[in-house]
Design a protein around this ligand. Structure first.
Ligand code: GLA
Length: 455
């Protein structure tokens, strides 16, 4: 039996073991236990698990392929509310507007997502971050939208956004207050989830400020499951985005709690922040998959603090890492250069690829490892390969097939996703390209023998 099949088999074994544990530990009875891919989730709900990753074609890959692109941790813990089959795409108010938000900004942003064509490219969620609510709950203990900035209320805004074919996201916090000291949702999970559902909210970002220390023990934050249960209980399908900043290594436990989990502290609009966060998120690659994604924070593309090369690298690597693609600039005033980056459909397609395996850093060379190769498997027996030059000068970066887990004799056809062209002639054994400082070349590699038996 080949190695790929062993990986799949061991995933299945884990799923079956967990299913059996959960049907016998009193958390819930699984009536569909006889179905081969049925699984009772943490709440005792029985649904189909998401499909396991398809194995890469063994005729094109070497023995080391599965260890290079290990995804064996994925699928062990799955929240299965049917969402996040691919990473979420949309916009969030925080990176550009911070607390300077109001209903007009949100509506105009929804309009702009549609008029620019970004909505058609998949940017569907319009997410309101912190500062939408009043400083206090009302006399009944309910959250209230700030009457000055959101006078029409959130339901009206959700109706507006839905009428455009988009979805509305909102923000709350697993502690006493949000980070900007609005009321948090701890001990109000049921009420707040019901309120969000009644407004027609489709997405909740759940932050970690003013959290109770007693809830953060043993490498696990127990503040997050109550909101998951409350959202489930509303009967509305609501994307649950954990913003726990990676404090308690959420990749290890958040798969059964939410649809994505922040793995790091906040990004800021700088090369140093973006590169640091990319490296931190890389560590958890084996834990991501359809249903639950590592979240290295929202995009800064278009906010002015990085060069176009740096923004293009930021977008390339976020797409390759299967990160949520949440635009963080003012899309009402988007420039052509920014649109060319976040509107690159070929790069978006990498992020949204159905195989759902997080790409990762596979090779470094040069001073401080600044010549980098990042790569990951794609559906159709293809690979995405990024040549990322983090050096201060232009450099030629070369990738050998052994780094990618391909047989060295394999012929590979190559498409350049930023130039939008197929390279002439197939490559064998290695491929190199001159990359400008801080820029990132991004390519799809299609092993020629695999393309003949295309999926
Ligand atoms: C935290 C989060 C950010 C943002 C702010 C809002 O810092 O990590 O993404 O939501 O709070 O206050």
């Amino acid at each position: 039996m080949d190695k790929d099949n062993k990986v799949i088999e061991s995933d299945l074994a884990v799923l079956w073991r967990r299913r059996n544990e959960e049907t016998t530990n009193g958390e819930g009875f699984c009536p569909s236990a006889a179905l081969p891919l049925s699984f009772c989730n943490f709440c005792g709900n029985c649904r189909r698990v998401v499909p396991l990753h398809e194995p890469f074609d063994k005729s094109t890959s070497s023995r080391s392929f599965s260890s290079i692109f290990d995804n064996s941790k994925y699928g062990i813990l799955q929240l299965n509310n049917g969402l996040a089959r691919t990473p979420q795409m949309g916009w969030n108010s925080w990176n550009f507007f911070a607390c300077n938000i109001n209903e007009t900004v949100i509506k105009e942003t929804a309009d702009a997502l549609v008029s620019t064509g970004l909505a058609d490219l998949g940017y569907a969620y319009v997410n309101i971050d912190d500062c939408w609510s009043s400083l206090e709950r009302d006399s009944k203990g309910q959250l209230v939208p700030d009457p000055k900035t959101f006078p029409s209320g959130i339901k009206a805004l959700a109706d507006y956004v839905h009428a455009k074919g988009l979805k509305l996201g909102i923000y709350s916090d697993a502690g006493i207050f949000t980070c900007q000291v609005r009321p948090g949702s701890i001990y109000h999970e049921r009420d707040d989830a019901e309120l969000f559902a009644s407004w027609g909210v489709d997405y909740l970002k759940y932050d970690n400020c003013y959290n109770l220390a007693s809830n953060q023990k043993n490498g696990y934050s127990s503040s997050y499951p109550p909101m998951r249960n409350a959202l489930n209980a509303t009967g509305r399908t609501i994307f649950y985005s954990l913003c726990e900043w990676g404090v308690d290594d959420p990749a290890l436990w958040a798969g059964k709690v939410g649809n994505s989990w922040r793995t790091t502290d906040d990004i800021n609009d700088s090369w140093a922040s973006m590169t640091t966060i990319a490296d931190l998120n890389d560590k958890w690659a084996a834990y991501a998959g359809p249903g639950g994604w590592n979240d290295p924070d929202m995009l800064e593309v278009g906010n002015g603090g990085m060069t176009l090369e740096e923004y293009s690298a930021h977008f390339s690597i976020w797409a390759l890492m299967k990160a949520p693609l949440l635009v963080g600039c003012d899309v009402r005033n988007i420039t052509a250069e920014t649109f060319e980056i976040i509107g690159n459909k070929e790069v978006i397609d990498i992020n949204q690829d159905s195989l759902g395996i997080q790409g990762r850093k596979v090779h470094v060379s040069g001073k401080d490892g600044c010549r980098q190769v990042w790569a990951g498997p794609l559906s159709g027996h293809r690979l995405v390969v990024a040549l990322w030059n983090r050096c201060s000068k232009a450099a030629t970066i070369t990738v050998g097939w052994e780094v990618l887990g391909l047989e060295s004799s394999m012929s590979v056809s190559i498409r350049d996703l930023w130039k939008h062209e197929d390279l002439s002639g197939d490559a064998v054994a290695s491929f190199g390209s001159l990359v400008a400082s801080h820029d990132c070349g991004m390519y799809i590699f299609t092993p020629v023998s695999a393309s003949r038996s295309a999926v």
